[in-house]
Design a protein around this ligand. Structure first.
Ligand code: ATP
Ligand code: MG
Length: 575
């Protein structure tokens, strides 16, 4: 990255990190600070379960938690892996999560924690609850527990083991820990209230047996603490002041508080819930995204059509555009669906400012300027970025044989088609006005093979001479100078607005968009793109924003992803 780029990035970053508007959580925090709570030290955390890659929904939570820590002097945000389920968690996910948080632009530094590091302490807390008569070992099977639990309208029944003595519970819990029982044979349950209207308070399990290797603790443990027990205690151990989570945890809050109220912990965090991000035409659930990966519906977690941060990154999204989007959607208590177009809008705004313009022809047809000297090559001066005067210009080689976009020519055009057609004139961007005189077709297929045109030497753009005006301008590349590339055009992954709402009896995979990927293998790009680095972003003039694929592109065979079209093609289609 050039210095200049680095500087603009830095100033953009500064502007972005200032909250444009406050929200109810930031208001709570500033009130707490005013009242001198927590000695002015705010600690938040982002607590992913390492069972999948992060997605754009997680970005909302990351921007909120890390954003608050950036905005308040002395505040910190912890990255905590909520790794209590050994069956589903993997180191690959841990690594990808760390990479994604950093890519978004947030620092966790040494504040990287693992719930599994607290297993010993959590075990001690569980023993304490047993000693205090607040937890018991239960022999009921999973099915029996469900049956005893009742329903929201029917109170549950006490477990027959509820009144076990403290001594017996301690012995049994120890045996659980020592692997003397099989998976599912016993659980440790909190003794709360089987008739509570809140189902989560009906003697919830806090420890279960799982004879599975853990990605960090190996075979040390065969009992694992449940989420509701782990989360609040991890927060308390780390001194989290504001534990921000999504609305579905609102019903868990009484249990969060119950655990902390019944144990003596180093601090007393507070849980606050906000609405999760839902995006139209998108599935945002790791379970569902994993299904797409496992089914081969996409090429992996980082498929550029995936809403994962690694997919969006590979697609060409900038971290700035995602942070801006998260700021713009704000934080509320009400669930809603955000239009995917808002994310794309934020991306276009950012790329319009930063992306260099490039000439590329995706579906080429050859155009021959019959009156242009055979061996002549001119260099046309092209502006790198009209939005950025410092971005400078480059020279585009221009010659007798060019490629233009097949769609920019019509043999029998309707009235409002201002591009090339037999007998019509058009301007070649940064070049001359040309006129089409003849169309050469393949005698067998009838396909157009060449367009024969003449150029008007008096009309060179940028020459300072007054020139005629024509209605259309089209892009082009020189046949002999341009380089080949494969271009992958991506579109929405789903055709249904809310694909994961399966109430209508359909399954989300039924709504996959069969046109979400189109591969164009005969594209031609201006020579300045030679050696373009993986991840480089640019605008193909008149077409859209693109980037060099970070996985499949090689110096010999460029593979380019369409990040987003110039305009919202779907909005037009709706009209
Ligand atoms: P998923 O539903 O995708 O499986 P999750 O909530 O199980 O997500 P976690 O790894 O537990 O995933 O999430 C880490 C944090 O990110 C949690 O605090 C969670 O509330 C938050 N989060 C997850 N999805 C969203 C979303 N769509 N919008 C905002 N925050 C989210
Ligand atoms: Mg979860």
């Amino acid at each position: 990255m050039s210095n200049r780029q680095a500087n603009t990035e830095a100033s953009k970053r500064e502007a972005d990190s200032k909250p444009e508007s406050s929200d109810f959580i930031r208001e709570i925090i500033s009130k707490d600070l005013q009242q001198g709570m927590d000695e002015g030290k705010i600690v938040t955390r982002f607590p992913p379960e390492p069972n999948g890659y992060l997605h754009i929904g997680h970005a909302k939570s990351i921007c909120l938690n890390f954003g608050i820590s950036e905005e308040n002097t002395g505040a910190v945000c912890h990255l905590r892996f909520d790794d209590t389920n050994p069956a589903k968690e993997e180191t690959e996910y841990v690594d990808s999560i760390k990479e994604d948080v950093k890519w978004l632009g947030f620092e966790f530094g040494e504040k990287e924690f693992y719930a599994s590091d607290y297993f010993d302490r959590l075990h001690e807390y569980a023993v304490q609850l047993i000693r205090d008569g607040k937890a018991f070992v239960c022999d009921l099977t999973k099915a029996e527990i469900a049956e005893y639990r009742g329903t929201p309208t029917v109170p549950g029944k006490n477990s027959p083991n509820r009144e076990r003595s403290v001594e017996e519970n301690l012995t049994l819990f120890d045996k659980m820990k020592n692997g003397e029982f099989a998976d599912g044979e016993k659980t440790l349950r909190a003794k709360i209230d089987m008739s509570s209207p809140n189902m989560h308070m009906r003697d919830p399990a806090i420890y279960r047996i799982r004879k599975t290797l853990h990605h960090r603790t190996g075979d040390k443990w065969v009992i694992y603490p449940m989420y509701d027990f782990t989360h609040c205690l991890s927060d308390a151990i780390e001194g989290i002041t504001h534990s921000l989570c999504t609305l579905e945890f609102e019903v868990h809050r009484p249990l969060y508080d119950w655990v902390l109220d019944h144990l003596s912990t180093p601090s007393r965090p507070r849980q606050i819930e906000f609405a999760r991000l839902n995006l139209s035409y998108t599935a945002l659930s790791k379970r569902k995204l994993l299904q797409l990966v496992e089914n081969g519906d996409v090429s992996g977690w980082n498929d550029p059509r995936m809403p994962t941060l690694s997919g969006l990154r590979r697609r060409g999204y900038t971290p700035e555009s995602i942070r801006k989007f998260c700021t713009q959607i704000g934080v509320t208590k009400f669930n809603s669906v955000t239009d995917l177009a808002r994310l794309e809008h934020s991306l276009r705004e950012d790329l319009n400012k930063s992306a260099h313009r490039v000439m590329a022809v995706l579906k080429p047809v050859k155009l021959i300027l019959t009156n242009y000297p055979e061996d002549q090559v001119e260099e046309m001066e092209a502006v790198n970025n009209p939005e950025d005067p410092d971005a400078g210009t480059r020279l585009l080689p221009f010659s007798r044989e060019l490629f233009i976009e097949r769609d920019d020519f019509m043999e029998d055009p309707p009235k409002k088609f201002f591009r090339l057609a037999p007998g019509r004139e058009v301007r070649l961007r940064y070049g001359y006005i040309i006129q089409c005189n003849a169309v050469v077709k393949n005698p067998d297929t009838g396909e157009i093979e060449e367009l024969h045109c003449t150029y008007d030497p008096e009309t060179k753009s940028g020459s300072g001479k007054p020139t005629r005006k024509v209605k259309g301008t089209i892009h082009w590349v020189s046949v002999q100078h341009s380089i080949p590339a494969e271009v992958r055009l991506y579109d929405r992954l789903f055709t249904k607005e809310n694909p994961t709402d399966e109430k209508d009896g359909t399954v989300f995979t039924e709504h996959l968009n069969s046109d979400s990927l189109a591969i164009l293998s005969k594209c031609r790009i201006e020579p300045s793109m030679k050696g373009a680095l993986p991840g480089a972003r640019f605008q193909f003039e008149r077409i859209g924003y693109f980037c060099v694929d970070s996985i499949d592109s090689t110096p010999d065979q460029l593979v380019i992803n369409r990040t987003v079209t110039l305009r919202d093609a779907w909005a037009k289609r709706k009209r």
